[in-house]
Design a protein around this ligand. Structure first.
Ligand code: TRP
Ligand code: ZN
Length: 879
């Protein structure tokens, strides 16, 4: 907890470190009631900071200093100052050795930052500034050091002792204890440090790199999970191959380890050679994990592995540059997932997620640029903007340079900056230098926050056979940024004729047409492009593949959207045309008008189309989410949004009953006939099957209920069983609902990850009485506030995925959430802060709800000593 006023840190104040740490030697003595950390640091004055020997200020939090020595001279109390976050002392020469010993308490660390205990093991999480809770250090990413780490613990309870790099020595000591020493030859910032001790089992495999080196691969878990590692191991090997093939990047140590832990604040962490994962991001088996969970494991394993180059070998100079590694690595893992699965479906999922969640962040009180320029608590900036919008920015660079130019740029970036801590500017400069490009205007994407609007209008001249597209860009004000300069917006597009064929694209001034799909760069506030030789009035297909993270508008008629849904050659835009049509229709319904049946007829065509990828059919059948409809509203009415969407879904189910049953039955029959496979075609089949079941259950007919029960009972995999469970939970079949919930609980109560889904399904059910159900579940022994996955599964699902119940008019949902945040603020500030998100969106709702939400934010602010995490979000939300 903070004791002084939280301070804002500014990018403009960046200064290189006064001292560097050449070598770091650590010794950990792990005990039940305390851990001793002995550090020996070889320090040196940073030559880049010139002459003189300023005081050395080391970071350190919640450490009990036991001893400190400079060049083997023990220091007396007057020789140094210990303050809340620091240890200050005066060096006597340019190079010196500092030794410290501290006592820490991982056994009572509920914040899950630094060294902590999860279940039966010790583990660490140091990013961003957690290493300072382990020992006094220069805990900043531009201080890179080689680490040697010795871990000593009870041998029977902690037979496995791990750290970064390679194992170099081990042995036994008195009292049944033992030790192991690890050496990491690659200089790294402290945030990549890791330590694990426990009674762990592992699966082992190996990988031969392109240059012929063999790398040992190990994934460690608590023994009960040993059978759920095959998918992660397969994903790891695929990632290693892919990074060689696509980016020319090989792994660099002889061993690569992953450890799964149950208590973890985020998805996973890319510690050098020793990734630590939330068990939800590693464990997968057909019986316990859905297809989506399998794909998440594959993506996160890849993401952390890819960080070895984009993050570890080349790291960040300071935390303002976080997107340098995160945006780029998300872009890389998206490319991997896209190559391993259906590229169109992957893109649809990513864009739906970005538009729903990142656009909302960009429109809220915590809006910030991809490269923020100030923060109070860096943990609050692991955001959708830094990660997802950051990845979109890299994707635009890829679009502008083309795959070959982009690869030349990344080759130069990795070569030029290997072993360095650099900035987003360095990344752009490498792409520019390798291609002779100029991205000076493009770089506004890093410094300007907010989601740009791009309004497009058309003008066809039949006599001149010209077609003009005029683009007008603007960007709403965001905190600290009242006005913006124009962005570079790559618009990928095509023009369709009346038969849905693509027209050749020739711009005015060009000698010949250049294909039927191309990218225009919109760089001005208003800009017109004129196509020539256009034989008829075309229908434009704009922003194909979502080529820029903007809100595009074009005055399409509903007939034109239906036409695009059927004819566009770009799969993403076919889906998007359907979404735009559905949004228009739903917005009318929210305003009290009846359902426009053109939507139903368009979906009928989609549902019956056997030539379409079933996963695409499933995507196109799913209406825009409640959360997306909220994001699109000026002033959201949760009841009206929920009601309109449910009414539309019911009407669609009735109208499409026959085709939905037909598709459901044929898919379910195939599922019954073939054992589970996580392959793309099987995943696609199951997603359509489950989408159909979801619709059919809305009819509340015995036939659908029986189908859901059959699927719940007989399916051999979690994807089908969970879909059946969730359909029943959201139905009015009270008795069946209670039965399947109880049976699911009995079958899986020993599996924490499956219990997470059991909690989530109930927490997100829109049926009346949601809060009472959630409160009852908090009393269930499987729930604990100390486990972030449980908090997300129950409280997070209620606040983020249960629109009507969370926004109950009496404010009970808000009050409940604030109560949990006040408790969590003391236990785990990072989780408390993340749970605040739905309350920060108060401006989206009507005056009554606004007042209730603000009152809860005020109550949190007044509730006592706030962590910097919670303080920053609450105070910015109220400002
Ligand atoms: N670097 C991690 C990733 O994106 C993020 C992360 C893991 C993290 N654990 C964290 C960030 C704890 C802040 C706090 O791959
Ligand atoms: Zn990452």
């Amino acid at each position: 907890m903070r004791t002084d006023q939280p301070q804002t840190i500014y990018l403009k104040d960046y200064q290189a470190p006064e001292y560097l740490i050449e070598e770091t030697r650590l010794r950990f003595e792990l005990h039940d009631d305390q851990t001793l950390v002995h550090a020996e640091l070889q320090l040196q004055r940073n030559p880049a900071r010139g002459a003189g020997l300023p005081p050395l200020v080391l970071h350190g939090e919640e450490l009990e200093l036991l001893a400190v020595a400079l060049d083997d001279q023990a220091l007396a109390a007057g020789d140094y100052q210990v303050e809340a976050g620091s240890l200050t002392l005066q060096p006597q020469g340019e190079a010196f050795v500092l030794k410290t010993s501290v006592r820490i308490h991982p056994e009572s660390n509920t914040a899950l930052e630094g060294l902590y205990v999860s279940g039966t093991m010790f583990c660490t999480q140091c990013e961003a500034e957690g290493f300072r809770k382990i020992t006094y250090y220069l805990d900043r990413p531009d201080v890179m050091s080689v680490f040697t780490t010795t871990v000593e613990a009870d041998k029977a309870r902690y037979p496995i002792l791990l750290s970064n790099g390679n194992p170099v020595a081990s042995g036994d000591t008195e009292g049944g204890r033992h030790w192991a020493t690890w050496e990491d030859p690659f200089p790294k910032p402290a945030y990549l440090f890791a330590l694990v001790a426990g009674d762990l089992w592992c699966v082992e495999d190996s990988y031969r790199t392109g240059s012929g080196r063999d790398v040992a691969l190990r994934i460690y878990v608590e023994p009960e999970n040993i059978s759920k590692l095959q998918h992660a191991m397969d994903s790891l090997k695929k990632s290693m191959r892919w990074d060689e093939d696509v980016y020319g990047r090989e792994y660099d140590l002889d061993i690569f380890m992953i450890v799964a832990v149950n208590d973890f604040n985020m998805g996973a962490m890319e510690n050098k050679g020793l990734n630590i994962f939330n068990s939800s991001a590693v464990l997968a088996s057909p019986r316990t994990a859905t297809d989506a969970a399998h794909q998440r494991v594959e993506a996160i394993v890849a993401h952390e592995y890819f960080h070895n180059w984009s993050g570890n070998r080349v790291t960040c100079r300071d935390w303002f540059q976080l997107s340098l590694k995160e945006g780029f690595t998300v872009f890389r893992d998206a490319g991997f997932s896209s190559d391993m699965n259906s590229p169109t479906v992957k893109r649809i999922e990513d864009v739906a997620f970005l538009r729903t969640n990142q656009f909302a962040e960009d429109a809220g009180p915590m809006a910030h640029p991809v490269r923020p320029d100030h923060f109070i608590e860096i943990s609050n900036f692991y955001t959708l903007t830094v990660y997802e919008k950051g990845a979109e920015v890299v994707r635009m660079l890829h679009t502008l340079l083309g795959p070959d130019g982009f690869r030349k740029g990344t080759d130069l970036y990795f070569e030029r900056h290997d072993g360095q801590a650099v900035t987003c500017d360095d990344f752009i400069k490498a792409l520019e230098d390798a291609n002779g490009a100029d991205f000076s205007q493009f770089k506004r994407w890093y410094s300007q926050s907010g989601t740009p609007r791009l309004a497009v209008s058309e003008q066809y001249d039949a006599a001149a056979r010209t077609y003009r597209l005029t683009f007008r860009q603007s960007c709403p004000p965001t905190p600290g940024q009242p006005t913006k300069e124009p962005f570079v917006i790559p618009v990928q597009l095509g023009l369709l004729d009346g038969q849905g064929r693509e027209l050749p694209l020739r711009l005015e001034g060009e000698a010949a047409a250049q294909g039927t799909d191309r990218v225009l760069s919109v760089t001005q506030a208003e800009q017109t492009f004129t196509f020539v030789d256009v034989p008829e009035r075309p229908l434009p297909s704009l922003l194909r593949g979502f080529s820029a993270p903007v809100k595009l508008s074009f005055p399409y008629s509903r007939e034109q959207l239906t036409f695009l849904m059927q004819h566009d050659s770009d799969g993403f835009n076919r889906w998007d045309a359907g979404q735009q049509l559905a949004v228009q229709v739903l917005q009318e319904m929210i305003a009290g008008q009846p359902l426009d049946t053109r939507l139903v007829e368009a979906l009928r065509t989609v549902a019956a189309d056997e030539s379409l990828d079933p996963a695409m059919v499933a995507e196109m059948l799913s209406l825009p989410s409640e959360a997306y409809l909220v994001e699109l509203s000026e002033q959201a009415d949760p009841g009206a949004i929920h009601g309109a969407r449910r009414q539309a879904r019911r009407t669609i189910a009735e109208a499409l009953r026959d085709v939905l049953w037909q598709r459901y039955r044929s898919a379910r029959e195939e599922s019954r006939a073939t054992p589970y496979q996580a392959s793309a075609d099987h995943i696609a089949r199951r997603s359509l099957q489950n989408a159909a079941l979801g619709y059919l259950m809305l009819l509340e007919e015995p036939e659908a209920r029986d189908a859901a029960l059959e699927q719940f009972e007989h399916a051999d995999n979690m994807t089908e069983r969970l879909a059946a469970l969730s359909a029943l939970v959201n139905s009015g079949f009270e008795q069946e609902k209670a039965e399947v919930l109880a049976r699911f609980f009995e079958e899986f109560k020993a599996d924490p990850l499956v219990m997470d889904t059991w909690l989530s399904v109930q927490a997100s059910s829109p049926l009346p009485g949601g809060l009472a159900r959630v409160q009852a579940l908090m009393e269930n022994p499987v729930f604990t506030l100390k486990n972030p996955n449980k908090v997300r599964a129950l409280i997070g699902a209620f606040a983020n995925s249960n629109l009507v119940n969370f926004h109950a008019e009496d404010g009970s949902g808000y009050r409940f959430l604030a109560d949990q945040i006040i408790t969590l603020n003391r236990l785990n500030p990072q989780i408390a802060s993340r749970l605040l998100t739905p309350l920060t969106r108060w401006k989206k709702y009507g005056p009554a709800r606004q007042a209730l939400m603000r009152a809860e934010l005020e109550r949190i602010l007044a509730s006592g000593e706030l962590s910097s995490d919670v303080y920053e979000v609450v105070s910015k939300s109220l400002a």
